[in-house]
Design a protein around this ligand. Structure first.
Ligand code: BGC
Length: 422
């Protein structure tokens, strides 16, 4: 009898919550994203919980696949069929590409961004990535800044082999050779196009330098793309390929991070979402693992995880968009989320004292690189180029990495592929 009463009241409460409770107040949001690894899911949960606490109803739309290539295909299909999600994870110029297609205006979140003065909370560079309508109206919200060009390494493995974190590519090659001879996989890698591209851009930045990266990868200067410097970049890619293991094809990035954690492999070259995995496993930088930017002349490859808000119909969805956008830019949210995610806040006013040494280093390097011309957008993570050009470069990089194609041939193909994509 009592049990029934309890059941009944719980049922009533639920019904009340669903009809007149705060769920209506916060609106609803179907959120498309590709955050499915342990660290990513933990970070995303902060947003889900915040949204629910504020009365929002979250409909999860995960599309697994690191780097978001699969998510972008799904998103395209949704847009083409005229059924956009309320919010979608996205990056870089793809935001403006969608605006050009006319599916983003009337920019439902711009009023929130104006009222909260996002222009004062973000660097102009980050703010511009979030704007549509000729960079005048906010149509996306940023949650972080990830750095791409990192080495992650197992401390025990390095210490046991008398190795320090490499500060030049030659040093890395020598360390990797020694590890290989000792029966350790030098480089944990997952053979997926976006991971090959992630390694490639770190190498291009390091071997070529900041100006070369800007010219070749951002400006798509044909001379730089086909240059002898690019040949050297591919030479280093071939050397790196020799340091990977047979299980590489198709391996997910977080599985590769796991190999560094358990000491099967020594290094991984990956963005700092890898740190989200170390953190999720309770591991600490400096004690269990090392982080150090891959060698370059104070270059810094960034990507900004953001969510685009398409044109949607219905008060509930629009309310959901506004609430989500406001929560994403919340000061405390940007701290807690990024502590889990491995990245640093996009907001400029979030104190860094609770962050670890990798994140503090990232924030300091970002400022230095911004002043000295080394702050550059990641091509592999969709910040530098439109999708067609990104795809063209990525295809050649992957083809080269997974075959015995010569470096010269790869550089020539790069020029052809980019020309054809324009
Ligand atoms: C995103 C990260 C994500 C990573 C792996 C990157 O493109 O910026 O947020 O964790 O891909 O999926």
């Amino acid at each position: 009898m009592y049990k029934n009463i309890l059941k009944l009241s719980a049922g009533l409460l639920l019904a009340a919550g669903m009809t007149a409770g705060p769920a209506m107040a916060g609106g609803e949001a179907e959120v498309l994203h590709w955050w499915t690894s342990g660290g990513e899911a933990k970070a995303l949960k902060v947003l889900k919980d915040d949204f629910a606490k504020n009365g929002g109803t979250w409909k999860d739309m995960p599309v697994a696949g690191g780097g978001g290539d699969a998510a972008m295909v799904t998103l395209k299909a949704r847009i083409v069929s005229g059924d956009p999600p309320t919010a979608a994870q996205i990056k870089g110029p793809t935001i403006q590409e969608y605006d050009d297609e006319g599916v983003v205006g009337p920019y439902n979140i711009h009023a929130v961004a104006s009222a909260e003065n996002w222009d004062a909370l973000l660097s102009p560079q980050v703010a511009n990535h979030m704007k549509c309508d000729g960079f005048t109206k906010y149509c996306a919200a940023p949650v972080n800044i990830h750095r791409i060009d990192w080495f992650w390494a197992n401390k025990k493995v390095l210490d046991a082999n008398g190795l320090k974190m490499p500060t030049s590519w030659d040093e890395f090659n020598a360390a990797a050779k020694k590890l290989k001879a000792a029966g350790i996989i030098p480089l944990a890698h997952g053979g997926q196009p976006w991971q090959d591209a992630t390694v490639f851009e770190a190498v291009a930045l390091g071997i070529g330098g900041n100006e070369f990266y800007q010219k070749a990868i951002v400006d798509l200067d044909m001379n730089a793309l086909g240059s002898s410097t690019m040949v050297k970049v591919f030479d280093q890619m071939r050397i790196l390929q020799g340091f990977t293991d047979e299980g590489m094809p198709g391996r997910d990035w977080n599985v590769a991070t796991g190999m560094v954690m358990n000491g099967k492999a020594a290094f991984q070259i990956m963005g700092d979402w890898a740190k989200g995995e170390f953190a999720n496993a309770g591991l600490k930088p400096g004690e269990d693992y090392y982080c150090l930017p891959t060698p370059s002349n104070h270059g810094y490859l960034y990507n900004v995880d953001s969510f685009i808000f398409f044109s949607v119909k219905g008060k509930n969805k629009i309310e959901g968009q506004k609430l989500l956008a406001s929560l994403m830019m919340g000061k405390n949210f940007q701290k807690v989320f990024n502590l889990y995610k491995g990245s640093i806040p996009a907001r400029l006013d979030v104190p860094m004292d609770e962050f670890d040494l990798c994140a503090k280093g990232s924030a300091a390097d970002l400022n230095y690189s911004a002043m000295t011309g080394g702050l550059l957008p990641s091509f592999a993570h969709g910040m530098a180029l439109k999708l067609a050009q990104k795809g063209a470069i990525q295809d050649v990089v992957t083809e080269h990495f997974n075959s015995d194609m010569s470096s010269q041939e790869a550089a020539s193909r790069l020029v052809r592929a980019v020309k054809d994509s324009l």
